[in-house]
Design a protein around this ligand. Structure first.
Ligand code: SER
Length: 386
């Protein structure tokens, strides 16, 4: 979401620039050239009927009535053409957003988890829409970032599977037919209690105890299978807990390591749900974004692995990040109130991954450690929460 919003001009990057056809883009140009299809479809409708929405979204292009009629019929929404967009079901709204993306005169389209929460039939028609978009814009790389995180997934297991695996299958089929590269993240959650905990090897036991982990192992295997069977260029990393000052935490076990910075900046006492001494790998978001792009651009002849690369930059327990923050905020306080579900998940994951394969095969090298991340997080959050 963060990456998509940055290239669409909806969020300002903290450093670096966005190039389009080799030219540096201003924010206004990004907005003109890039369409961002949000997960929350309802935030992007402006008119009073489905058909007007499609006419409005494609304005600047002539002779589209037949094309609009064809799309509405294909997606089973012709009968609803005069309905108000807000009266549609979630799945219908998502189909409307995809049609808007397809009709948009903008040359770049970013789809942020457009298939979240759809049933199988809707998912299939979304798959067809995605294929049409891929054809229309000659898309050659798909970053498939949809998933429910570990704690939420444990409470909504079927939805987690549907989004993680049925959604991935859709994308892989489209990629196979249209020769796209596909990036789909795996996670430290793909390991379980009988995996070696320290310097966890690249190739080792993966018997996770969470549905999140089960779906992540499946993601790796399915991506590998599409590679071996059909030659689809699938690539992925096992992300540690990601720490960002942009997107608020959303139901992960590692999210305490984001929440703690918010509490510190707000001057509140932090109540930690993870027990003292629980080590988990973590990573600052700029390194994570860098990893996606670096791996996708890596020379394929050097890759021995394709999916599930271990990547690491720092591993810490709650008391260590607390002590680091306290160096900057001496009055900051932390107490423990352990959540049993989060504790169980955290303790089943490795303490620290060995990422030497990623370093050897595509030159992975993180920029941030706990101390430089803490300086940056605190400064950025001070500004954000001012
Ligand atoms: N951050 C994820 C979670 O805690 C792990 O990959 O669920």
């Amino acid at each position: 979401t963060t990456f998509g919003k940055i290239i669409s001009g909806l969020l300002k990057p903290t450093s670096g620039s966005v190039l389009y056809n080799g030219e540096k883009m201003k924010i206004s140009e990004m907005k003109r050239n890039v369409m961002f299809v949000m997960q929350e479809a309802e935030f992007q409708f402006f008119t009073n009927s489905v058909i007007n929405e499609l006419r409005y979204g494609s304005k600047g292009r002539e002779g589209l009535s037949e094309e609009i009629e064809r799309l509405l019929k294909k997606t089973g929404m012709w009968k609803m053409r005069d309905r108000h967009p807000f009266s549609l079901s979630g799945g219908q709204m998502q189909r409307l957003s995809l049609m808007l993306a397809y009709l948009s005169p903008k040359p770049v389209v970013v789809l942020d988890e457009p298939t979240a929460g759809l049933d199988a039939a809707n998912l299939e028609s979304c798959g067809e829409m995605i294929a049409e978009i891929v054809r229309k814009y000659n898309i050659d790389a798909i970053y498939n970032l949809a998933a429910l995180l570990s704690v939420v997934a444990e409470n909504k297991p079927q939805l987690a599977w549907k989004i993680g695996i049925d959604g991935l299958w859709n994308i892989l089929e489209v990629a196979k037919d249209h020769k796209c590269q596909v990036f789909t993240p795996s996670s430290i959650g793909s390991f379980g209690p009988n995996t070696p905990k320290v310097d966890t090897p690249q190739d080792t036991v993966q018997r996770p105890k969470t549905i999140y982990g089960v779906s992540k192992v499946t993601t790796e295997l399915l991506s590998d299978w599409f590679h071996t069977k059909y030659g689809v260029d699938t690539r992925s990393v096992r992300f540690p807990g990601l720490i960002s000052y942009v997107t608020p935490p959303g139901g992960g076990t590692t999210d305490y390591a984001v929440d703690i910075y918010y509490s510190a900046v707000r001057g509140e006492k932090f109540v930690c749900p993870i027990p003292e001494g629980t080590l988990m790998d973590m990573m600052y978001m700029p390194d994570a974004l860098h990893a996606c792009i670096q791996l996708m651009e890596a020379d394929p002849s050097r890759l021995i692995h394709h999916n599930g690369f271990n990547i690491a930059s720092m591993s810490f327990a709650p008391e260590t990040v607390y002590a680091e923050i306290k160096k900057h905020k001496p009055d900051f306080e932390m107490v423990y109130d352990v959540d049993p579900l989060k504790k169980g998940i955290a303790q089943s994951w490795p303490d620290k991954l060995d990422d030497s394969c990623a370093r050897a095969e595509w030159d992975w090298k993180p920029q941030y450690d706990l101390s430089s991340m803490t300086v940056d997080m605190l400064a950025k959050l001070e500004q954000k929460l001012k």
